[in-house]
Design a protein around this ligand. Structure first.
Ligand SMILES: Cc1ncc(COP(=O)(O)O)c(C=O)c1O
Length: 375
């Protein structure tokens, strides 16, 4: 008959002492914040991500710098939250019925989030994206069952821009919705109802600062709005912006919208206009931080080396911004940002020496050089 490992190998007295210790430890056990059962399937597993304290940067500043581990969402990014809320909103408004089609123009994480939720809810998913995007991204969406249309990369004012094509595609079908992530405020609502409250609960209301970058603006606007409201304006909320976005100068100039100039290696963030998601909340922001690609790339490797965190560039830009905000707010303060997705989706670029050289970003200190694993 099978005997347990304890009975076979550990003398009885020793085993019972170990058992007593296990029981004593379990009396201090605190229930986990994360629900263990996602009864509604994939959608129920979205959100409730941990807050990870960034040890090295916290020590350096004397503040507590936390990154919300959005890369742990089941579709791998912060955009799972928006994808779910946008689809639920369309269902509630009767815009889509069982068997319908979700159409979006996106090159990135929103498409992945939508494709997952579509499979879980029984919808078809159609994605338009510029044909300049990597084959890896196109493949990823196709693996998830999405119909992908790579189309010529033309400016927004051209009717053949991928967003307009997505809209027309949805209009040409029965029972289809163009989800329009940039101006669909169900996106922002996801962060008002989930990201913001989670951060507030996780830190017992002791939040002093929040910062993150914007693509659609949903994450920054929704989270900042919730944290400002619940704290009576006490939480300092800052935009983190890459070069090539107009928002930093818009905020720091008191509302002047300039022509877009410059560019950044970050993906999924940086904006040329004030989206409907950002508009209601842009005036509640306390300031903006512009983060160079050099600082972002350095942080990609530093977080890997010091913290074991393998993160995409937008997350690392966010962490640089959180570090700068922590320096502004001072020791003892709690500053939070978002770790939007992992580095896996960008390894061909971020970890290639040739690519770094092509962007004049082969700038890492000697001790971090060993992580550049690709030629
Ligand atoms: C990697 C990454 N980071 C940040 C963002 C920005 O999030 P939001 O659209 O909520 O502004 C996105 C958006 O697609 C993204 O893909």
């Amino acid at each position: 008959m099978f005997k347990s490992a304890t009975a076979r190998t550990v003398p009885r007295a020793l085993a019972s002492r170990a058992f007593a210790r296990t029981l004593a430890e379990s009396s201090t056990f605190r229930p986990p914040f994360i629900p263990l059962v996602a009864d509604s399937g994939f959608p129920g597993a979205i959100g409730n991500t941990p807050l990870i304290k960034i040890q090295g940067l916290s020590k350096e500043t004397g503040a507590n710098i936390y990154g919300k581990a959005e890369f742990m969402n089941p579709g791998g990014s912060v955009k799972d939250r928006a994808a779910l809320f946008i689809i639920q909103d369309a269902e509630r408004k009767g815009l889509i019925k069982p068997g319908g089609t979700i159409v979006e123009g996106t090159a990135g994480n929103t498409g992945i989030g939508l494709a997952h939720v579509c499979r879980a809810r029984g919808y078809k998913c159609v994605i338009y994206m510029p044909d300049t995007q990597s084959q890896g991204k196109i493949n990823h969406l196709r693996f998830l069952g999405a119909e992908v249309h790579p189309v010529p990369a033309v400016a927004f004012d051209n009717p053949m821009n991928y967003n307009h094509q997505a809209k027309r595609h949805a209009e040409s079908l029965e029972n289809a919705v163009w989800t329009n992530q940039f101006d669909n405020i169900a996106n922002r609502q996801a962060h008002i109802e989930t990201t913001g409250p989670e951060i507030w609960a996780q830190l017992n209301g002791e939040v002093d600062g929040f910062t993150c970058a914007t693509g659609t603006g949903g994450s920054l606007a929704g989270t900042a709005r919730y944290l400002k409201n619940i704290s009576d304006g006490k939480v300092q909320a800052y935009l983190a912006d890459p070069p090539g976005s107009v928002l930093y100068s818009y905020i720091t100039s008191g509302g002047k919208l300039t022509e877009r100039s410059g560019s950044s290696i970050t993906e999924g963030i940086g904006q040329g206009r004030i989206t409907d998601n950002l508009r209601p909340d842009i005036d509640i922001l306390d300031g903006a931080l512009q983060i160079s690609d050099e600082k972002t790339i350095n942080m990609v490797y530093r977080l890997l080396d010091e913290e074991g965190l393998f993160l995409g560039a937008s997350s690392c830009l966010n962490v640089v911004a959180a570090y700068e905000l922590a320096q502004k707010l001072g020791p003892g303060k709690n500053v939070v940002t978002l770790l939007c997705d992992g580095a896996d989706r960008y390894v061909d670029r971020l970890f290639s020496r040739k690519w770094l050289q092509s962007k004049n970003l082969d700038i890492l200190p000697e001790h971090l050089q060993k992580y550049i694993a690709l030629p």
